[in-house]
Design a protein around this ligand. Structure first.
Ligand code: HEC
Ligand code: HEC
Ligand code: HEC
Length: 124
């Protein structure tokens, strides 16, 4: 039991020492959304990257590896680019499910938020 708590504690310290990284967190994407009257997008990075290889998004789909650096429009998504490569009612639910992506609170700036397994949309 004691050993368990010690392990847990060391884990905490290590975790606290590691800066928040996109791989383990959510990304707020709000270059365009709020200006166009939609809530910011929450992209649960952790949730996706345990299912797909980095290469799929950061090479094949062309997502640049810097939060807030990608210029994504709904036309792109409807055309099957960026999020729309999967969110097409085939690989995953489709672009009609606005609230599942546009789930951020108003005023959130683009960037990394949260930590390990923050469980995706709706919590900010
Ligand atoms: C699969 C995720 C996803 C879904 C579903 C989704 N969006 Fe988006 N949307 C995005 C992303 C990512 C952006 C880019 C956000 C930014 O840069 O601010 C965006 C941007 C926008 C923008 C601003 C850019 C533009 O194209 O005008 C509007 C308006 C918008 N979405 C409306 C909608 C509406 C309305 C729906 C539902 C019919 C919807 N979105 C569904 C991910 C999604
Ligand atoms: C399902 C698609 C997807 C997968 C898979 C994915 N990423 Fe990402 N990644 C994104 C998106 C989208 C962003 C945010 C881009 C933006 O805000 O414009 C991002 C952002 C990032 C960032 C930027 C962080 C920052 O501080 O600005 C890094 C680094 C990153 N990803 C690394 C990785 C690594 C490493 C992997 C594999 C372990 C991976 N990604 C897998 C889609 C993905
Ligand atoms: C490589 C494929 C792929 C790409 C690209 C992708 N997604 Fe997903 N996404 C998925 C899959 C698969 C699921 C799980 C769907 C399900 O559970 O039915 C998912 C689920 C989600 C969820 C729900 C997470 C949860 O906790 O249930 C959100 C929100 C989401 N995606 C947003 C986005 C946004 C925003 C983008 C673009 C920035 C994006 N996704 C790009 C494949 C992708």
């Amino acid at each position: 039991m004691i050993r368990f708590f010690l392990t847990l504690c060391v884990g905490c310290l290590l975790w606290a020492a590691v800066p928040i990284q996109a791989e383990y967190a959510d990304v707020v994407i709000n270059r365009r959304a709020e200006k166009e009257g939609m809530r910011p997008v929450i992209f649960p990075h952790w949730f996706h990257r345990i299912r797909f290889q980095c290469r799929v998004c950061h090479y094949e789909l062309g997502f640049k590896m810097r939060a807030g650096s990608n210029d994504v429009t709904m036309n792109d998504i409807a055309d099957g680019k960026f999020c729309g490569a999967c969110h097409n009612n085939d690989i995953a639910w489709g672009p009609d499910r606005c609230d599942l992506c546009h789930s951020g609170k108003k005023g959130l700036a683009s960037g990394i938020m949260g930590g390990h397994e923050t469980n995706g949309p709706g919590i900010f």
